[in-house]
Ligand binder design. Sequence first.
Ligand SMILES: Cc1cc2nc3c(=O)[nH]c(=O)nc-3n(C[C@H](O)[C@H](O)[C@H](O)COP(=O)(O)O)c2cc1C
Length: 183
Amino acid sequence: MTQPAASVLSHFWAPLCAVGSHGVDGPNAQICVSVFGASIVPERPRLLVTLSNTNYTTGLVAASGTLAITVLSQTQAGLLEPLGLRSGRDGPKLDGIQHTLTAAGDPVFPGGAGTLACEVLTSFALGDSTGFLVAVRERNEGGLAPLDWQAAKLVVGEAFLARWAEKSQREQAAARAAMLWRE
Ligand SMILES: Cc1cc2nc3c(=O)[nH]c(=O)nc-3n(C[C@H](O)[C@H](O)[C@H](O)COP(=O)(O)O)c2cc1C
């Protein structure tokens, strides 16, 4: 069967995740597709999570040393707008969104494909973004199927996609100016 054309690079996007952390003003979370396995030792699970430096969440993770990951399920596409298009810098964005906190105080969202509580082991400055190597300290298997961006694009609606395209343009301009790269 013919599949719609998708860039080979899109195979490296993780399922849609909510990455949460906390600070003195409370918990916050953002959407992220840059979460990769980084351990072959089963009892020492690690992940590499890359967050843009323009995001409010990134500073919270760097300062607190912890983050939580909710692997979003197909019933959670409604979280993409509040967590992925708005910034916690503009005010508390978890108000009215059902969530619980890990022992460290990081938010996770019920109804997902699984949740993880993580501790930062080290971080890598990538210019435009920060790569956090994290140890998985707790895990809850959600059991539901994860939501990927290709599937989510079919349900989020035109208004969301237009706002995301406009935000992406701005984010890419900032990243282009700051990222480690060699011509
Ligand atoms: C579908 C989608 C995928 C995203 N993937 C990432 C990502 O991989 N890394 C990242 O840093 N931001 C990603 N974002 C953008 C952040 O979620 C967004 O900038 C968010 O508003 C940041 O919130 P904050 O400022 O409260 O941290 C994504 C957003 C969407 C909608």
